[in-house]
Design a protein around this ligand. Structure first.
Ligand SMILES: NC(=O)c1ccc[n+]([C@@H]2O[C@H](COP(=O)([O-])OP(=O)(O)OC[C@H]3O[C@@H](n4cnc5c(N)ncnc54)[C@H](O)[C@@H]3O)[C@@H](O)[C@H]2O)c1
Length: 455
């Protein structure tokens, strides 16, 4: 393994040397060069449309609408139907996409339509599994929002439906299709940060909508909200607009900070490292500020042990999410190795390398001289300490690329990275954070077999 790593590092240094040479002959590989940093632009080739694909949206709220707008930017994609449980959302959809659009409260009516090739599942988490499985079994390709499932026990049914039907199933953690994640994957493979030993990520917010206090429509009532269907696969309760429109705050429907946000970091990390996931999961946190009746914490920390695998050395991961964060107001993912670190976003990677300068300690220099290895005091040219890889202007972003990958797989009978197995391996450790928090103990998980390990 050490031998492989050394050769990877050499590869990174060699590839850097080649690219640096390109700068001197006037290539546009680097947009900026200065003494201590390089900036390289990341590029994406345009894709061409062939067969037309008809899509339908199930769950036309915030993300479902956003997903549909993105999907429709891909050439050859047409929206034919929309399903939602709140009539207001169906009316908005008609205003946006045309009065002729077929709309319904029943997702099964969408699945029965012959003109629908693929569906986007943008419902709350507690409906992901059932609608995805029903859709694949009805012959539809599925783009399902993250997390793939609401509970760890629900994953195998989605994997089985994908295997049985051969339909394209992709989970919606868009980052995995981005230029930034792809570059980080390549840099790690090329040995740019040496041996990976640690990763960390966080989400920080401090606003009502950031903390899931979404507006509740003034007209919301049992007449225009299909509450009975909404709760039909979970605990029966009387109509409650807070639960319907702010579903993330309640365990019956949402998956807390871990299922909502950690899952993105797991997806990107697993894509970059080719990891199957952690084998030990522990989380702690509390409800510190947003005491609006929610059942989930607003500050959550998670620590994870990643065991040695064929793809990577053992390493640790630390994640945090804070909805009362007065300073950071952002998110990031960092990978740390023996020779450097990478800050990874969807549009960029900032690589920092260890400074490899010789010591100017007089005692050390004297010892070296005595040992017959004199140290020169001549100043040297140093390599850059920081490299920035940035998506070039006009890049349509990870969300667009994710849909391109989904539709390409449908058109070419190909595969997607974030399929049901990948989606489950990203969702499970996130969902197990909630179990760890609720049970106040570490949870053991077999990432290869995708099973909880009972001691
Ligand atoms: N990938 C991302 O970056 C990202 C970002 C935000 C949300 N999401 C995910 O998208 C999903 C939706 O989140 P949101 O913020 O859009 O929520 P939302 O409340 O805005 O929208 C959900 C919609 O689903 C409808 N709905 C509920 N149950 C339904 C059912 N059984 N059939 C049909 N429609 C149903 C609701 O009426 C609502 O309009 C969640 O799973 C969330 O985790 C992903």
């Amino acid at each position: 393994m050490e031998k492989n790593k050394a050769s990877s590092r050499r590869k990174f240094l060699r590839s850097f040397a080649t690219t640096a040479a390109a700068v001197t002959v006037g290539s546009n590989v680097f947009a900026t060069e200065n003494k201590s940093s390089f900036v390289e632009q990341l590029k994406r080739k345009a894709t061409a449309a062939n067969d037309n694909i008809n899509i339908a949206l199930i769950g036309a709220g915030g993300m479902g609408t956003q997903d549909t707008l993105t999907a429709l930017k891909v050439p050859g994609i047409k929206l034919v139907a929309i399903c939602d449980l709140y009539d207001g959302r169906l009316e908005e959809a008609k205003k946006k996409w045309g009065a002729d659009l077929f709309t319904t409260r029943s997702y099964k009516e969408i699945l029965n339509r012959k003109d629908v090739d693929a569906v986007i599942v943008g419902t709350p988490d507690h409906w992901h599994q059932q609608i995805s499985v029903d859709a694949m079994r009805a012959g539809k390709h599925v783009y399902c929002e993250k997390p793939m499932v609401h509970g760890v026990s629900e994953g195998p049914a989605v994997i089985k439906a994908q295997t049985d039907t051969g339909k394209i199933f992709q989970v919606g953690s868009q980052g995995v299709s981005s230029l930034g994640n792809e570059k980080a994957k390549q840099l790690l493979k090329d040995g740019a940060i040496g041996t990976l030993n640690y990763a960390e990520g966080f989400w920080a917010r401090h606003s009502p909508t950031g903390a899931w206090q979404y507006p509740i429509p003034a007209d919301a009532s049992p007449a225009n909200v299909d509450w009975e269907t909404f709760i039909s696969n979970t605990k029966k309760r009387p109509f409650d607009a807070m639960r319907f429109f702010r579903w993330r705050n309640y365990q019956d429907y949402g998956t807390g900070m871990a299922g909502d946000l950690f899952v993105h970091l797991f997806s990107s990390l697993h894509f970059i490292t080719n990891s199957f996931g952690p084998n030990k999961i522990y989380s702690a946190g509390g409800l510190r500020y947003w005491k609006d009746g929610r059942e989930v914490p607003d500050v959550l920390l998670g620590t994870f042990d990643y065991p040695q695998s064929q793809a990577h050395p053992p390493f640790n991961l630390s994640l945090r999410c804070n909805f009362v964060d007065g300073t950071s107001g952002t998110t990031y993912l960092k990978l740390v190795g023996s020779e450097g670190s990478m800050d990874v976003t969807w549009d960029s990677v900032t690589l920092k390398r260890n400074k490899t300068t010789e010591s100017d300690d007089p005692f050390f220099i004297d010892q070296m001289k005595k040992a017959g290895t004199p140290v020169s005091d001549r100043k040297r040219i140093l390599p850059p300490e920081e490299y920035t890889f940035e998506a070039e202007k006009g890049y349509l972003g990870g969300p667009y690329d994710h849909f391109v990958n989904f539709f390409n797989a449908i058109r070419n009978g190909g595969k997607v990275t974030e399929d049901a197995v990948f989606g489950y391996r990203a969702a499970a450790p996130a969902l197990l954070c909630n179990d760890s928090y609720n049970q106040d103990k570490a949870i053991l998980w077999n990432p290869e077999k995708m099973q909880i390990v009972n001691k």
